[in-house]
Each structure stands twice: as structure tokens, then as C-alpha cells.
Design a protein around this ligand. Structure first.
Ligand code: URA
Length: 254
């Protein structure tokens, strides 16, 4: 296998790095005989090629890197974070303009969670946003049944076993916003992204989640964005996100 400085990469990866489609889609297209390397159809996705020198054509067109694009969506509840849902439910991709081409959701929000969801074709940025080591905070507003007392908030802050076999959650910030004894609203800031993490943290305290909304990812907020609509991030927002996530500020590679 080539070393880290080598320009040799597997064919599927070369296509993904151009921001053209997902890895699964790239592998399928290669297997379907839609990709040529130096004039020869290659059907094995793991074929190593020289990313710089090889002339790759996809559906007959020369492979060219697409400009990097990152968008935010104000996800409503009731939408699946997936490209296609095998149960035919509406997906977050249905809400994105078709004209922007292939962008992948960065992580996921549950069907019944609303809020800020990023889409990008910049693989490096996506990895940084999702990396728990990057310490990028995701802020959630969570409405729960009953009251969360000071001890509950301390458990949320210090870490709690959510029963996923990965040990206690990492330190988080938790702030009580309201509590009328029957239900309460808490602001929870975490930088991990375990499966259904917030719901499991609250359930581990013996409470039910009535509503969950992600209001921020690092410096990004949904301010001014209607539910169900999306927009491209500005260059300044992408730079701020990169800085907060510890992503490279050099020209990004997917
Ligand atoms: N935590 C959850 O439990 N659900 C989400 O959708 C996001 C974070």
C-alpha cells in the first residue's frame, strides 16, 4: 500500500475526493462499468491509481473536483436523516435544493429531533465536525418530563453511563432553562455524537424526552432560518467552523 505522501489512492476514494458522490455510490458506479482510467473501463473499486496522473472519466466526463460546499438545514421533526428511507418516509435530502448536487449530511439527527443539520461534500470538514476529540460543542434544547434536580444536572455534566457499552459520556455543560415541576427544559452542550446520546442521557436519569432540538453546532446557529429551509454557509461561517473544529485551514481535501 502506498505511503501517506503518495498520490496513489483507490479509485473509489479518488471519486469521493472530487466531491462527486458518496463512497457507496462511487463503488456502485465503478462496478457498473461507468468509470474509465486512462481509456480503460475499471470495475474494481479498490484499484489503486495515481490521483495526479491518471485520467479518470465518470460517465464519459473527465473527473474534475467540484467546488467545496457546506449548507445548513433547519430540520423539522418527522424527517429521516438518510438519502433514501426503505420505509418510504420523507428524508432530509427531500428538503435540500436539487440544484446543489451531491452533499452528504454530517452526522444525523433522529426522526423526532429538530434543528441544525449540516450537509457538505468536504470530507475533511465533516470528519472534524464529527470527531469527539475536536471538542466542537453541539448545543441541544431538551424538554423532559418531570424535574431535573441539581444532582441530575451534575450527572449530565460529569458523565453518565448510557448503556451503549462505551462507558460514561464525556463532560458536558448543562443549564436549567425552566422547570414547572411537571416538565423542564435544559440546555445541554456535548461534543460527542453517540447514537441517540441526548435521549439516552436523559433516560438514564429516569426521565422521558418530550422534545429535542439542536440549536447550535460550534459557532453556527439557526437564527433567521425557517423550519424546513436551508442555505449555504458563508465563507466566514465555514472558516469559523473549521477553526472551532480544528480542521485544516488549507485548501480542504475530502
Ligand atoms: N442526541 C439524540 O439523542 N438525538 C439526536 O437526534 C441528536 C443527539
Amino acid at each position: 500500500m502506498p505511503g501517506p505522501q503518495s498520490t496513489e489512492k483507490s479509485l473509489d476514494r479518488v471519486i469521493v475526493r472530487c466531491g462527486l458522490c458518496s463512497r457507496t455510490q462511487a463503488r456502485l458506479a465503478i462496478a457498473q462499468g461507468r468509470v474509465e482510467v486512462d481509456g480503460v473501463v475499471v470495475t474494481e473499486p479498490d484499484t489503486w491509481i495515481d490521483e495526479v496522473r491518471a485520467r479518470v472519466r465518470f460517465d464519459g466526463e473527465p473527473l474534475a473536483a467540484r467546488p467545496r460546499a457546506t449548507w445548513m438545514l433547519h430540520k423539522p421533526t418527522g424527517y429521516v436523516t438518510a438519502r433514501i428511507d426503505h420505509r418510504d418516509r420523507p428524508t432530509v435530502c427531500d428538503l435540500m435544493p436539487a440544484s446543489i448536487g451531491w452533499l452528504a449530511p454530517v452526522g444525523r439527527l433522529d426522526l423526532e429531533t429538530s434543528g441544525l443539520l449540516l450537509f457538505t461534500n468536504d470530507g475533511e470538514l465533516a470528519r472534524s465536525v464529527l470527531d469527539p476529540e475536536s471538542c466542537l460543542e453541539k448545543t441541544y434544547v431538551v424538554r423532559c418530563s418531570g424535574s431535573l434536580d441539581d444532582q441530575d444536572l451534575a450527572l449530565l455534566r460529569n458523565g453518565i453511563d448510557i448503556g451503549d457499552g462505551q462507558g460514561k459520556t464525556r463532560p458536558a455543560r448543562a443549564e436549567r432553562l425552566s422547570d414547572d415541576g411537571r416538565e423542564c427544559t435544559t440546555l445541554l452542550r456535548i461534543h460527542e455524537g453517540r447514537n441517540r446520546q441526548v435521549r439516552r442521557m436523559v433516560r438514564a436519569l429516569g426521565h422521558g424526552v418530550l422534545a429535542l432540538h439542536r440549536s447550535h453546532i460550534g459557532p453556527l446557529s439557526l437564527t433567521g432560518l425557517e423550519v424546513g429551509t436551508s442555505r449555504a454557509l458563508t465563507d466566514a461561517e465555514v472558516a469559523a467552523l473549521r477553526a472551532a473544529a480544528g480542521a485544516s485551514t488549507r485548501s480542504p481535501a475530502p
